[in-house]
Ligand binder design. Structure first.
Ligand SMILES: [Zn+2]
Length: 240
C-alpha cells in the first residue's frame, strides 16, 4: 500500500551498501523508520530526502509496519540549521526530543506543528537558546509533563522561594521541599513563565542574557533528564 505523509528527518543512518534508514517524524504516523534504497549512490536523485531536518511530502510504500521511500517532494530543506553550531545543537535538541521521547507509530499532530514552528524560528535567525527553551516547555506540556512555574506542585502555594524537586516531579515551595530539592531563582521562574506560551514569531523580541537563558535551560535539562534520558545535544548547547 502506498501512503503519503508530511515528515521531518530526525536522523539517518547508513544501511547496507547504498541505503539509509531514515528516522522520520511524520504527521500521520508519528515517528517511523523509513528504508531509503540507493540514496548513498553519487547519482541518487533522492539523496536530499535523507538529509537531517529535510521537511517534505514523503510518498512511502507501507507493508505492515515497514516503510520504504518511493519519492519525496521537498517543502523546506532547513539547510541553514546546519550552518551555525549553536543553531545546529538547538535543532538537534528538538530532533532528539522526538527521537528519544515519542512512541514509534503514534501520531501527535500538535507536536508536529510545534516542531515545525521551532525549526522555522531557528532557521529565521531567532536566538537558538530562546527557541530551545520555548520548545522544551511546549513539548513537555504537550506530553502531559509540563512544569508549573507560578505555584507549588504539591500544596499550590505561590511563593518567591521555589525549588525543583525531581522526586515529586515539579516546582515546589519551601514547606514542601525535600533535602534533594534544588533552589530555583525567581528570575528563572519568571523567564520560563514568560516564554512557555509565547508564540514562536514573538520570541525574536526577547533579549535575555546568556546567563539567564542557560539557567532556565539547565532547569529543563535537569527535569527532562530525570523524567527521560539526558538530552545530549542540549548538554552540548549549554557548554558553548
Ligand atoms: Zn508547597
Amino acid at each position: 500500500m502506498d501512503v503519503t505523509t508530511r515528515g521531518i528527518v530526525l536522523k539517518a543512518t547508513d544501511y547496507k551498501e547504498n541505503d539509509k534508514l531514515i528516522l522520520l517524524y511524520s504527521v500521520e504516523y508519528g515517528k517511523i523508520t523509513v528504508h531509503a534504497k540507493g540514496v548513498r549512490k553519487g547519482t541518487a536523485k533522492l539523496k536530499f530526502a535523507a538529509d537531517q531536518f529535510c521537511f517534505g511530502l514523503y510518498e512511502l510504500s507501507k507493508a505492515e509496519d515497514r516503510f520504504t521511500l518511493k519519492t519525496c517532494d521537498q517543502l523546506e530543506s532547513f539547510y541553514s540549521l546546519r550552518e551555525d553550531v549553536a543553531v545546529y545543537y538547538a535543532a538537534c535538541t528538538v530532533a532528539e526530543c522526538l527521537a528519544d521521547y515519542t512512541e514509534e507509530g503514534q501520531s501527535e499532530p500538535d507536536v508536529f506543528v510545534e516542531t515545525l514552528k521551532a525549526l522555522t524560528a531557528l532557521s529565521d535567525g531567532t536566538e537558538p537558546m530562546t527557541v530551545t527553551l520555548r520548545y522544551l516547555l511546549g513539548f513537555t506540556a504537550l506530553e502531559g509533563l509540563g512544569l508549573q512555574f507560578d505555584r507549588c506542585a504539591v500544596c499550590g502555594e505561590k511563593n518567591r522561594k521555589m525549588f525543583l524537586d525531581l522526586q515529586r516531579g515539579g516546582i515546589v515551595c519551601e514547606g514542601c521541599r525535600t533535602a534533594e530539592s534544588l533552589a530555583v531563582t525567581p528570575r528563572t521562574l519568571a523567564v520560563c513563565k514568560m516564554v512557555e506560551t509565547m508564540p514562536y514569531d514573538k520570541l525574536k523580541n526577547l533579549n535575555f542574557t546568556l546567563e539567564v537563558l542557560k539557567d532556565a535551560l539547565q532547569l529543563c535539562y535537569r527535569y527532562i533528564s530525570h523524567s527521560f534520558s539526558p538530552l545530549k545535544s542540549l548538554g552540548e548547547l549549554l557548554i558553548l
